[in-house]
Design a protein around this ligand. Structure first.
Ligand SMILES: Cc1cc2nc3c(=O)[nH]c(=O)nc-3n(C[C@H](O)[C@H](O)[C@H](O)COP(=O)(O)OP(=O)(O)OC[C@H]3O[C@@H](n4cnc5c(N)ncnc54)[C@H](O)[C@@H]3O)c2cc1C
Length: 408
């Protein structure tokens, strides 16, 4: 991938922390990394677990869309790592991991290095902005906010929509799959519509979806949009954004050039930068290749990759999946340290969305590991057949429990 060379440090800095036992270094304190770190300590408190995270607090994305519709405050999504440290003895290092060096078994930070016995990398996503002509990584996210890497980013998008005139046009552009949580993109549109219906009812939303085919999930949203928002939302599939002029608020797609009052441009995606720098990318050039029975990289042994950064086969990249992967990976590593045999695992990927402030729906899939693959279980799960208040309650309960699990 252009612009992200493998980093091989020429000078080895000093070890940052003296070792206290078998050491697992986890990079990335999101839904995958934080749960893996906590689970390792719950299984075996003798394992030394170090979590490296660039930010002192984490602003979760699930539920962030609801702040546009007004049924949640973004502060409710903000978590700290204090309890992982205080309650579970995870050692926190706040800083940027520059590279994970599989050959030397060290993680390199600016201040020094950390040797490891096992490394877990969960850096989330990066953007393939070079696929959109005119995209300037430094300026464009301010003008055409994506709000796709942290809950806090939604504040800018929300302000743009609130400042728009009644009768304005909001364009929401969805990238080519695979990308982080497609269901959240449809939920984003729903929440913008819910706000506009109350505050600026003459406004329109144009959804430009780069996906070609429809799905049960898309159909569920399209039906809900028609019923709740009439003709406010126009949905077009197979519409990839090729070029933008953000200062002029214009964009060119595969079939037309248009201008809008607010553009929520979600660019095409790839694994986070650290995965590229550490040489963990698979044959598709964008995502990390892993053995799904353990989440160990198939490219660099001894390094495990969790969450959105790894190829999810047919799975939606989600907090729910990252959480399940974190637990399965922790069990595998703790088992390897205890020299126990490896058990296949079974897990669910549960995604809830809100259509407005009350009505929810879900998409649930079950998986089991089979050999090095993750295989979808045919029976059970599925997409809700309609929007209901009960699933709206479940959506809020699911969010409360996954955030509490990460921060307790
Ligand atoms: C608007 C929106 C709504 C969503 N809603 C839902 C939902 O309802 N349900 C659901 O299941 N999923 C949802 N998702 C998806 C979910 O947020 C992601 O799938 C999830 O965050 C992935 O977790 P992760 O651990 O892979 O990555 P992240 O959560 O992105 O965590 C990565 C962490 O790594 C850190 N990091 C990265 N590189 C480095 C480095 N070099 N050094 C140090 N630290 C580093 C980052 O700071 C970050 O804290 C939603 C997504 C969006 C965009």
């Amino acid at each position: 991938m252009a612009g992200l060379p493998l980093l091989t440090p020429l000078v080895r800095a000093t070890e940052l922390l003296p070792r206290t036992g078998t050491r697992v270094v986890v990079v990335g304190g999101g839904f995958g990394g934080a749960i893996a770190a906590k689970t390792l300590r719950l299984i075996n408190p003798k394992i030394e677990v170090i979590l490296i995270e660039r930010n002192r607090s984490y602003s979760a994305l699930p539920g962030a869309n609801w702040t546009i519709g007004g049924s949640r405050r973004i502060g409710e999504n903000r978590l700290t790592y204090d309890r992982l440290e205080g309650n579970h003895g995870v050692r926190l290092i706040y800083g940027e991991a520059q590279v994970v060096d599989a050959a030397a078994k060290t993680v390199v930070l600016e201040a020094g290095t950390l040797s490891y016995d096992f490394a877990i990398v969960a850096p989330g996503i990066g953007f393939r902005v070079d696929e959109i002509e005119g995209y300037a990584a430094a300026e464009t996210p301010d003008l055409f906010p994506h709000a796709w890497t942290s809950g806090e980013e939604i504040v800018v998008l929300k302000r743009r929509i609130e400042e728009m005139k009644n009768g304005g046009l909001v364009v929401v552009s969805l990238p080519t799959p695979p990308y982080r949580c497609p269901q959240a993109a449809y939920e984003r549109v729903s929440q913008i519509a819910y706000y506009l219906k109350q505050a600026k009812p003459r406004s329109k939303i144009l959804v430009l979806d780069a996906s070609k085919s429809s799905s049960d999930l898309a159909d569920l949203f399209l039906t809900g949009w028609r019923r709740s928002y009439g003709d406010m939302i126009e949905y077009r599939s197979s519409q990839q954004v090729l070029q933008i002029d953000a200062p002029r608020s214009s964009l060119r797609t595969t079939s037309e050039t248009l201008t809008a009052d607010v553009v929520n441009l979600i660019p095409p995606q790839m694994a986070g930068t650290l995965a590229h720098r550490s040489g963990l990318i698979g044959e598709d050039n964008h995502w990390c290749a892993v053995d799904h029975s353990s989440y160990e990289s198939t490219v660099a042994g001894g390094i495990y990759v969790l969450g959105d950064a790894c190829l999810g086969d047919d799975q939606q990249k989600s907090a729910s999946a990252a959480n399940a992967q974190g637990k399965a990976c922790a069990m595998h590593i703790a088992g390897a340290i205890a020299q126990r045999g490896h058990q296949p695992h079974f897990y669910s990927n549960v995604l809830y969305s809100l259509l407005d402030d009350k009505h929810g729906a879900s998409a649930v899939t079950f998986y089991r590991s089979e050999g090095r693959k993750s295989v979808r279980v045919d029976k059970g799960g599925g997409v809700s057949s309609e929007w209901s208040e009960l699933e709206g309650i479940y959506a809020r309960a699911w969010l409360g429990s996954i955030l509490a699990e990460m921060s307790s």
